[in-house]
Design a protein around this ligand. Structure first.
Ligand SMILES: CC(=O)N[C@H](C=O)[C@@H](O)[C@H](O)[C@H](O)COP(=O)(O)O
Length: 250
């Protein structure tokens, strides 16, 4: 199996520049500005969603872009769920493709292995498998993934935890023979250090850097009169949090 992982530097911070519906930054221009700010701050790569955002970010940097395409039902497999959904992302300039590698049923009913094989052979880029468990990490590697990530840990169960899943990073590093990328709810320098100490090859941070709406909501939520009014789901927020609405009304 050829080593395609060299495209991403070991030990780098990857900044995820994504804004979902309802987020005022949901447009390619603002995402390219976010990427420029992240790169000026020392990010080694960018993670971005959709061909338009990837193209806008490609226009401002030569550094690696991990591209993905969120499509379909957010409650199911929706990060680059099919081979076809990856094509435009690579054409837009992505160097790697991130895709959902959970063990849930895939929307096209085709095996993950086939999707990865086609991305390798027809698009010529590496695949980062977004996993939610050790079992999914093993399966993704067996299916040909070049790197595995903890991206979806906590998002396939009922309640999303508050902390990053450092234990899953440790387990994947111990058992899966490819680079392990730490991703999901990493917010502080301590989190970043813990992820690298657990053996992460690279660390991805999104919400804490590129989602001012979430950061605001989190801080507003710490004010006793607004406590409990927010849903800390980062760029998954489909509308401004209740507390932000209330602040706007004032
Ligand atoms: C679960 C899911 O859909 N994760 C997405 C994957 O692309 C993004 O919404 C996250 O922002 C990204 O993984 C970075 O994580 P965090 O924003 O927690 O730093």
């Amino acid at each position: 199996m050829p080593d395609r992982t060299a495209v991403l530097d070991r030990g780098c911070l990857v900044v995820s520049c994504q804004a979902g519906p309802g987020n005022p930054f949901n447009a390619p221009g603002p995402m390219a500005l976010m990427a420029r700010a992240a790169l000026a701050g020392g990010a080694g790569a960018i993670r971005a969603n959709g061909a338009a955002d990837v193209a806008a970010i490609r226009a401002v940097t030569d550094l690696p872009i991990i591209g993905l395409n969120k499509l379909g039902d957010p409650a199911g497999v929706f990060i680059t769920p099919t081979y076809e959904s990856a094509v435009g992302i690579v054409e837009a300039g992505a160097d790697l493709i991130a895709l959902d590698a959970t063990l849930r049923p895939r929307p096209d009913g085709l095996p993950l292995e086939l999707q990865i094989k086609r991305i390798h052979e027809e698009l010529g880029v590496a695949v980062l498998a977004d996993c939610d468990s050790l079992e999914a990490g093993h399966a993704a590697r067996a299916a040909g993934a070049d790197l595995v990530a903890t991206t979806l840990s906590g998002y396939t169960a009922d309640a999303v935890p508050d902390e990053p899943d450092i234990e899953l990073i440790r387990q994947l590093v111990a058992e899966v023979d490819c680079p392990v990328v730490a991703e999901g709810r990493i917010r502080t320098p301590e989190d970043v250090r813990a992820a690298f100490e657990a053996g992460a090859y690279a660390v991805v941070v999104g919400t804490a850097i590129t989602n001012p709406m979430e950061t605001t909501a989190r801080l507003v939520g710490s004010i006793p009169r607004y406590a409990g009014a927010n849903s800390p789901r980062g760029d998954q927020l489909s509308a401004p949090p209740a507390s932000a609405d209330r602040l706007l009304e004032r």
